[in-house]
Ligand binder design. Structure first.
Ligand code: NAP
Ligand code: G4F
Length: 348
């Protein structure tokens, strides 16, 4: 009997939160993984260092290539060299607030980066290569009614990040329709983990409150406390990415938990778990979180963390994925917060 050929996956954005969980999942599923990493002056592989020999850039089933999706030639060359069965495009300038500061760069990477990969698949005539696009609930932007959003809800992006993701979403649909490429969008709602970047709100809150509890920081300064988000665990969401590419036909899928919380509620939950006695006082930009026992300000607000236009409400209806992909979130918000807190506590 001949050996079964291992599937080959190429991951753009392998050094990010999702790239690391997806890599772990695919290695368990016996894939050969190729990942693309940008050159940086300091280490940017800490989320995947446990998966390979970082000096030699490889292990048996795991290979890292230098590349950048703002560079079409290198993107095409890597895809041509690897000829993957599956491409996961997780690479992006992924911070919404930062996209207000660097709009042109965000569009180049987040919008045109996806186009460069899709064009490479088309030019190289890779008929069997499947493509996953990391689309985002940020594309919904301004929603008319505060109800669960699904694959049919129209997009009204509120940032250049959101606009760029809408471009990449549409490019993915277009390459599927025009060139018959197995190209799919996962419309993922917010997902977090201990590996979340430190400037995203959940990680900032957990890190800040743990440090306050340990006496290492006095207060946490934030922006809009009343934005509503649907927060899942990145580990669960990596499973959905793989399932999307295994489905019998290419399609677009909402991945979410269908639960919603405000930023303020998230702070309350973390504070409670850390036994920090928190009460709220004041209104608007002067609202403050205060330690009930000693009266010290633990949380305050600064306009610099507000956005010129905000996405007020995000909650996702994942019933299509549940029905056809048999995907549901396995990790609750409560467990997500425990996971993030435990990781943070283990540092000190
Ligand atoms: P992340 O932690 O910020 O990771 C982004 C990845 O993209 C990193 O590996 C980063 O490399 C890489 N990257 C950035 N610019 C690049 C470029 N020019 N060329 C090649 N690689 C580049 O984001 P994440 O949370 O894992 O999210 C993964 C993807 O899903 C992103 O596209 C994001 O926009 C999208 N998304 C995320 C969420 C969420 O809630 N997490 C929800 C919906 C969609 P460095 O490590 O060098 O920075
Ligand atoms: O954690 P955030 O920065 O995530 P945001 O903007 O929802 O974007 C994340 O989720 C998207 C999916 O919907 C992804 F596509 C995107 O790549 C990223 O992963 O902010 C969440 C909310 C916002 O409403 C923000 O205004 O928290 C509010 N917030 C309040 N204070 C803050 C802060 N956000 C950040 N980053 N920092 C603050 O101090």
């Amino acid at each position: 009997m001949g050996k079964i050929r291992k599937k080959i996956a190429l991951i753009f954005g392998i050094t990010g939160q999702d790239g690391s969980y997806l890599s772990e999942l695919l290695l368990k599923k016996n894939y050969i993984i190729h990942g693309v990493k940008r050159r940086s002056s300091s280490a940017n592989t800490e989320r995947i260092d446990h998966l390979f020999d970082s000096l030699n850039f490889s292990n048996k089933n795991f290979f890292i290539h230098y590349g950048d999706i703002s560079d079409g030639t290198s993107t095409l060359n890597i895809i041509n060299k690897v000829k993957p069965d599956e491409i996961y495009n997780l690479a992006a300038q992924s911070h919404v607030r930062v996209s207000f500061d660097v709009p042109e760069y965000t569009a180049d990477v987040t919008a045109l980066g996806a186009l460069r990969i899709l064009e490479s698949i088309r030019i190289l005539n890779l008929k069997k290569t499947k493509y996953y696009q990391a689309s985002s609930s940020e594309m919904y932007g301004l929603v008319k009614k505060k109800k669960s959003l699904n694959e049919k809800t129209p997009f009204h992006p509120r940032s250049v990040y959101g606009i760029s993701k809408v471009f990449a979403f549409n490019a993915t649909v277009h390459y599927r329709e025009a060139y018959n490429i197995f190209a799919c969008n996962g419309i993922l709602f917010n997902h977090e983990s201990p590996r979340r970047g430190p400037t995203f709100v959940t990680k900032k809150i957990v890190q800040g409150l743990v440090r306050i509890q340990k006496g290492l920081q006095n207060k946490l300064t934030l922006g809009n406390l009343y934005a509503v988000r649907d927060w899942g665990h990145a580990k669960d969401y990596a499973i959905s990415m793989w399932k999307i590419l295994q489905y019998k036909k290419p399609d677009d899928w909402v991945i979410a938990t269908n639960k919603d919380q405000t930023v303020k509620k998230f702070i309350d939950l973390v504070a409670k778990k850390l036994n920090i006695p928190l009460k709220w006082r004041g209104k608007g930009i002067n609202e403050k979180g205060i330690n009930k026992i000693n009266g010290k300000v633990i949380v305050d607000l600064d306009k610099k963390f507000l956005r010129p236009s905000e996405v007020d409400f995000l909650k996702g209806d994942f019933s299509k994925a549940k029905k056809h992909l048999k995907w549901s979130p396995g990790i609750s918000t409560d467990q997500l917060i425990d996971d993030m807190i435990n990781e943070e506590l283990s540092i000190y």
